[in-house]
Design a binder for this molecule. Structure first.
Ligand code: PDD
Length: 303
């Protein structure tokens, strides 16, 4: 892509709107110095007439509020305030194609570097839209490659923290092994991917690792529970052993950027015959129906 074609979205930073290429934060921002902040990634789906609609936005706001609460940053906006900003980010970056909204809130800019946080800082708020291509039909039909690794992250993975070094190294591990994702195990139990939740199917039952401090509860976690119910698929939230992972009939991952995506190769071995399985297919269909339902409600709200 030539320099002229680089997408330079209009972003929000601390009350100001301007091009991403010109957005600046002071180096003593605690997000920069300590990774002291949290974030959200919300998918936006292209509709007819160039509109883009968020999916599960209320749930993303609720999780942002929970993450902020866990690290003791006051939420700078209520849901209506956030919604107004998101609507403006969407309007100011009108164009074709699917996108993501990235929201980051850090503790703010301190006067000097010191680990403990001073009282009275004003949080830094940043919102940006970026373009994305969701997995294609061909990629879905083929399924993706995953590798495994030991989960060496801290034990507050439930906080959607911008301190992502552990996740970054795991994503790099996947990239260097020509894999889409690294599936992590802690003490012999499945936790999650570097940037996704992981699901397995055993004898027709869908299994997900327990919610709690060892995983980030994806917005798609509760959604997939709902979709399984709708599709008549039994679901259990419980510890999943490495042996169960390796002998699973199906493995899939979920995230804002992948929706639900089948894993057909794990550590070089094919999963369930090397093709996406029936539980994945049913959940993917149900996911598409859930979007259609929500977008109809969104469109009604906009009128
Ligand atoms: N990541 N677990 C981790 C560690 C994640 O980073 C993500 C999402 C998920 C799935 O959450 P959700 O269903 O809300 O997307 C689980 C986003 C996409 C990211 O960091 O870009």
């Amino acid at each position: 892509m030539s320099q002229a074609e680089v997408f330079d979205p209009t972003v929000y930073l601390n009350g100001e709107w301007g091009p991403l290429s010109e957005a600046r934060i002071p180096v003593l921002d605690r997000g920069f110095i300590f990774g002291d902040g949290v974030y959200e990634v919300v998918p936006l789906y292209a509709q007819a007439e160039g509109a883009r609609l968020p999916f599960r936005l209320a749930q993303h706001f609720a999780r942002l509020n929970r993450s902020l609460g866990k690290i003791r940053i006051d939420n700078p906006f209520d849901d209506a305030g956030w919604r107004a900003l998101i609507d403006r980010v969407i309007d100011d970056n009108a164009g074709a194609g699917d996108a993501l909204v990235y929201i980051q809130v850090t503790r703010g800019v301190a006067k000097r570097r010191g680990h403990a946080f001073p009282a009275g800082l004003t949080p830094t708020v940043f919102i940006m839209l970026s373009k994305i291509a969701f997995p294609s039909t061909e990629e879905r039909a083929r399924g993706a490659v995953a590798v495994t690794a030991e989960d060496k992250r801290w034990l507050h993975c439930d906080i959607k923290s911008v301190s992502l070094l552990g996740n970054v190294l795991m994503a790099q591990h996947a990239a260097e092994n020509d894999a889409l994702e690294t599936i992590q195990l802690r003490d012999g139990l499945l936790t999650e991917g570097s940037s996704s939740n992981v699901w397995i199917v055993k004898n027709g039952t869908l299994l997900g690792a327990p919610r709690g401090p060892r995983i980030l509860e994806g917005i798609r976690y509760g959604l997939i529970e709902e979709l399984a119910r709708e599709a008549g698929i039994a679901f259990e939230e419980r510890d999943i052993t490495e042996a169960e992972l390796r002998s699973a009939d199906e493995i899939m991952i979920s995230s804002a950027t992948k929706e639900v995506m089948p894993i057909t190769t794990l550590d070089g071995k094919s999963v369930g015959g090397g093709r996406p399985g029936p539980v994945y297919a049913a959940l993917f269909e149900a996911y598409q129906r859930a979007k259609t339902r929500e977008f109809a409600a969104e469109a009604a709200r906009a009128k």
